[in-house]
Design a protein around this ligand. Sequence first.
Ligand code: NAD
Length: 323
Amino acid sequence: MKKKFVLITGIAGFIGFSLARKLIINKVPIIGIDSFNTYYDTKIKYKRISELKKINKDLIILKDNLQNYKKLKNKLDSYKITKLYHLAAQAGVRHSIKKPKDYVDNNLIAFSNILELSRNKRIKHLILSSSSSVYGNKNNSPLSEKSNADFPIQFYGATKRSNEIMAYSYSYLYKIPTSVCRLFTVYGPWGRPDMALYIFVKNIISGKKIDLFNKGNHQRSFTYIDDVVDGLILVGNKAPKKKKFEIYNIGSGKQIYLKKYLMAIEKELGKKARINLTKLQKGDVKSSIANISKIKKIGFRSETSLDFGIKQFVLWYKNYHKI
Ligand SMILES: NC(=O)c1ccc[n+]([C@@H]2O[C@H](COP(=O)([O-])OP(=O)(O)OC[C@H]3O[C@@H](n4cnc5c(N)ncnc54)[C@H](O)[C@@H]3O)[C@@H](O)[C@H]2O)c1
């Protein structure tokens, strides 16, 4: 019998890598794909992959762009894939204001190929990473999967919502069990260099000023990476049966002001930030708080405290940059 694999797209990215590491430790056979794009420094992407290869030297990594369907299909033809975690995407809210086309190519075209692949390879479960950005600008009450998600205020959110809708019709027509995971701001070791935590820590250490957008009055459900990975695995192990399609929020469920997040970082580093208070940025939502009652029903617990999570990041950052 052919060996069965779990396919992870975006394996060189922050979340794809963290999920892959946990699955490899759990002895799950995986194949990873990534285009290693240059949205941020690729050095960290290659380092993540070498971390994975330390645990499994035979790990299969394909360096390919999902926009090329023919190549994708040919390369995967000989493998039996049962589950597919789609984590590759052009992420970043602010970048989507400057370069919306990147989101058409990497989120819409690339994802249409993932759907075709899922159909042709008769994938047993497609797990798609979406984002809290689909909810757009709401008041500061917690967002549930039933909240309206049809008015995202940036193109990133629009492509993520489009992915969900595209996935629904494929799941309905071709009976592909599909789970959408709407992730809320993820942080932790090996995190993205374009995200607040990385930039804050870097600038506090070097003494450079930090732009604190909306004067730090944003609220987010900052969610620790290990909790997100646990959530993705829980969802992945529960393929929807009758309905074939489910949406889950994955977030901490807590409500934290950006300025409190910064204070926790300052405390951990033992150094104050030099702050430049700025106004709300175009496309930034003021508040994004997760209602996680649905995923809790399948066993999700998001128990990592902010202080612990930030401590882990700072330890990793100093070790990674040899500080
Ligand atoms: N990090 C967060 O806080 C967060 C929050 C909500 C949703 N998400 C979603 O989670 C997923 C993973 O995010 P991340 O933070 O790990 O981002 P990331 O940028 O670190 O990882 C994405 C990876 O996908 C790869 N990629 C992009 N386009 C590709 C293509 N066309 N073909 C092949 N590979 C391609 C990139 O090279 C990158 O390594 C994304 O779908 C993102 O939208 C992330």
